[in-house]
Design a protein around this ligand. Structure first.
Ligand code: ZN
Length: 829
């Protein structure tokens, strides 16, 4: 089929929001370089009425065969044809409720639910709406036309070219032809959309469900900023005549970069005054920037195959943080990047069950709970490493060249390296091959012998593995001398070992200065690390390095290389720590250890955690009003919950008061709303549950609903937990069912019963959207499976024999379970 390429699609759609069906026709103009007598297109769950081909100016009927398993329709041509072929296919489909393909999204008060119809196609669901060559490299232009009720609004990738009444209460809306683009980026939608617009050379609109534009101003304004940044940085103008940002209630992922018509979950685009927290506000900006960066990375220059999907997601992730930092440097977003992106990637990629960033066998690559941390988080972190190596200027120039050379076309990884290498004149290709094409990442071990540091590299995994892999690692070392002197030494570790002369008079050294390198560090002599601990105390190291030291040590504890007590001991160096990044990381590591341990060991971690967090809270205060930094608010909202679980009476008393205010109808500061609700649940009874239920159903803010869903997973009372598990399946909309379940899996009071609940409800749970079902498994298995490993393993062995669902995520969750179980056993006293 590679000889046949699409040139243009004319898609005509007549969606009916009452019957949830659409009738349609698609004309495909394709070109074939050699004679063919059939054409194979992708299609799923479409009922075909007829298929015709133009021969000598007339349309002739063709037989066609549907292959359900292969998701294909094979069209037999009346004779061998070469050159241009025009097919016209008429068919019908369902506006489904699965949040994929052309689907319906509900809104409005209960009982009077209304619907819009929208699309979500990545990676391979365009075939659910129109027959097509559903591969990113098969780019074509699109002419979309929709017949809809006169009082509804239609949106697609391009602006409306023409709108005509049909006289029967309906109208036909024709959109301008798109530039050459991939099928997965096509969008069409119809509903009672409201708009606000930011005019300009490229008009930007936010589209919402009726009455919601009052929450749209913030996202609209940031959308303009992000667009301006990207045009300037990339040196290529935004290629479409308009940009729509569309808030969609029922949405499975976070957002989707459809060209010129980006879709979002409501809470990731709409900003609700007095409800959206600063964390939420930041996240809105980051997601908008991410999706707008895709308008170039992915939409203008597209991966030539799904195996290069990282070219989309790594850049969008990187610029999601970069764009926001440009406008709001005071938000410390790169610190949050290390904690949220790099650390997540390091944890994911340390499993034996991992994959390279450039995923081999690309055809069936999908974004899921197994691949996303690699192609988004690790990919973005590797880009940060490249920037650290070649510098900002060369990076920017290289990207400009790459975009210019492949505009409206496709690219592979090598095209990018070549551009960066040419500009920087550094061996980027060799270095990047080692990071992109092989799985995992290195552990750099360092031992000092007098004036020499001996650096060696091996693959870092939590469980032992046979590997002779090596990476080309840019290593920066900071060396400290008597009298306060210090210097930085940079080297490229491109073999298994190397040595550096730091001088016999050096008193301490820190590897991976600035934490730009994607690797873990192990100081072979404990004394060398403890010496650095003193520098943590005296703040001679910047926050990012203070973060890295304890975080690498915790990873070594997880790996079984160091006892947990070493970590608890080392953390005492952070007694006066005031910076977000080390604090949020220590809080996260302690909480992880707390969940994994049991009995006395859990009590020990709780006691260390309680005094650590109470000290932090006494310093930053409980109330967010005075916060000068966003990160302070974000930190507080997380650690308050941990402190309550560790038994901090002060924290519980504070939260109890604020929660009573909430239930009494008074408002509290948005930056503690989430934690107060969670502690309200932890501390709460049936009355609290009823209040959550009522508020969840009448709230018009998806941000508030998110807070409530987290709280629903946070109850202590066993009877209520059981009741809420059933409530979630019955009452919570499909798009959000996984959220309280994830929180229950992190709730020590709900954890013991979660595995049994999963087993007895697996039939219902596996009906969730695939990415949500994976999140459920990934949340429950690694922690709630501790103590019943054999049972869990046997269950999934059997499950995987019967079913194909969530296989990757099951495997990695079982590995995480093994790591956690080992940690519990080895850290017992
Ligand atoms: Zn993305």
């Amino acid at each position: 089929m590679n000889d046949v390429n699409p040139i243009n699609y004319r898609i005509h759609l007549e969606p009916d929001l009452r019957t949830f069906r659409f009738s349609a026709s698609t004309e495909i103009l394709a070109e074939t370089s050699r004679p063919v007598n059939e054409i194979t297109l992708n299609a799923v769950r479409l009922a075909f009425w007829g298929c015709r081909v133009r021969v000598n100016g007339e349309f002739a009927d063709c037989p066609f065969y549907v292959d359900t398993l292969k998701e294909e329709v094979r069209v037999c041509l009346p004779r061998e044809m070469t050159g241009r072929v025009l097919l016209r296919i008429s068919y019908e489909g369902e506006l489904n409720d699965r949040m994929a393909g052309f689907y319906r999204s509900g809104y409005g008060a209960e009982g009077a639910a209304k619907y819009a119809a929208v699309t979500q196609f990545e990676e391979s669901d365009a075939r659910r709406a129109f027959p097509c060559f559903d591969h990113p490299a098969k780019k074509a232009t699109f002419d979309v036309e929709m017949v809809v009720d006169e009082d509804l609004t239609a949106i697609s990738n391009g602006p409306i070219a023409e709108e005509k009444r049909l006289g029967d209460g309906r109208k036909v809306v024709r959109f301008q032809q798109t530039p050459k683009m991939s099928t997965y980026l096509v969008f069409f939608g119809v509903g009672e959309f409201d708009f606000i617009e930011n005019p300009g050379e490229t008009p930007i609109r936010v589209a919402t469900m009726p009455g919601m534009t009052k929450h749209a101003r913030f996202g609209l304004e940031f959308g303009r900023k992000a667009l301006e940044f990207c045009e300037d940085y990339y040196g290529v103008e935004y290629p479409l005549p308009k940009l729509d940002l569309i808030a969609i209630p029922d949405f499975a992922a976070g957002a989707m970069e459809n060209w010129g018509a980006i879709t979002f979950r409501e809470n990731l685009l709409l900003h609700y005054a007095d409800i959206t927290s600063r964390a939420g506000e930041q996240r809105i900006c980051e997601v908008i920037a991410h999706e707008i960066a895709h308008q170039w990375f992915g939409n203008l220059v597209t991966p030539s195959d799904w195996k290069y999907l990282w070219l989309n997601e790594s850049f969008a992730t990187y610029f999601g943080y970069g764009v926001v930092t440009y406008y709001y440097p005071e938000w410390d977003l790169w610190d949050q990047f290390l904690h949220g992106q790099t650390d997540t990637a390091l944890a994911r990629d340390a499993l034996k069950e991992t994959i390279p960033i450039e995923i081999p066998g690309g055809e069936h690559v999908v974004i899921n709970a197994s691949t996303a941390p690699i192609i988004y988080n690790k990919g973005g972190s590797i880009l940060r490493q490249v920037v650290g190596y070649i510098g900002e200027e060369a990076f920017r120039e290289g990207l400009r060249r790459y975009l210019k050379d492949h505009t409206y076309a496709c690219a592979s990884s090598h095209n990018l390296w070549e551009a960066l290498e040419e500009v920087s004149e550094k061996p980027v290709t060799t270095m990047m091959e080692s990071w992109i094409e092989q799985p995992g990442f290195p552990l750099v071990e360092v031992a000092r012998d007098g004036a020499q540091l001996l650096l060696t590299q091996t693959r870092f995994t939590y469980l032992s593995i046979e590997s002779n892999q090596a990476w080309v690692i840019p290593v920066a070392v900071k060396v400290f001398y008597e009298g306060g002197d210090s210097k930085t030494i940079s080297t490229l570790l491109d073999s298994r070992e190397t040595s550096i002369d730091i001088g016999a008079d050096a008193i301490a050294y820190k590897i991976n200065l600035g934490q730009t390198g994607f690797y873990r560090v192990k100081y072979r002599r404990k004394g060398d690390l403890w010496e650095l601990g003193k520098r943590v105390l005296s703040r001679e190291l910047p926050p990012v390095d203070r973060w890295g030291l304890q975080n690498d040590l915790y990873a070594l504890v997880r790996r079984g290389d160091a006892p947990l007590d070493d970590y608890l001991d080392f953390v005492s160096n952070y007694e006066h720590e005031g910076d977000f990044l080390p604090l949020v990381s220590i809080a996260g590591n302690l909480f992880q250890a707390y969940l994994v341990m049991e009995g006395n060991r859990r009590a020990t971690v709780a006691s260390v955690g309680k005094s650590f967090l109470e000290r932090v809270l006494s310093h930053i205060g409980y109330e967010p009003e005075q916060d000068r930094r966003y990160t302070t608010s974000i930190l507080r909202d997380q650690i308050i919950v941990h402190a309550a679980l560790y038994g901090s009476g002060d924290v519980v008393e504070f939260a109890r008061g604020r929660f009573a205010s909430l239930m009494g109808g008074r408002s509290i500061h948005p930056d503690i709303m989430k934690s107060v609700m969670q502690i309200g649940a932890l501390d709460g009874n049936r009355e609290a549950f009823q209040w959550f239920d009522k508020t969840l159903k009448c709230s018009e803010s998806e941000h508030e609903r998110m807070n409530i869903l987290a709280a629903l997973g946070s109850f202590r009372d066993g009877e209520l937990i059981k009741e809420i598990q059933e409530y979630v399946l019955k009452e919570v909309p499909d798009r959000n069912k996984f959220i309280p379940i994830q929180y229950m899996a992190l709730n020590p009071h709900a954890m013991p019963a979660m595995w049994q609940w999963y087993v007895s409800h697996v039939g219902v749970l596996e009906q969730f959207h695939p990415i949500h079902y994976e999140r459920v498994i990934e949340a429950i298995v690694p922690v709630c499976g501790i103590g019943r490993e054999q049972e869990v393993r046997a269950f999934f062995e059997d499950y995987m024999k019967q079913k194909d669902k969530a296989r990757d995520v099951i495997k990695l969750s079982l590995e995480k379970l093994e790591i956690n179980s080992r940690m519990r056993v080895s850290c017992e006293v």
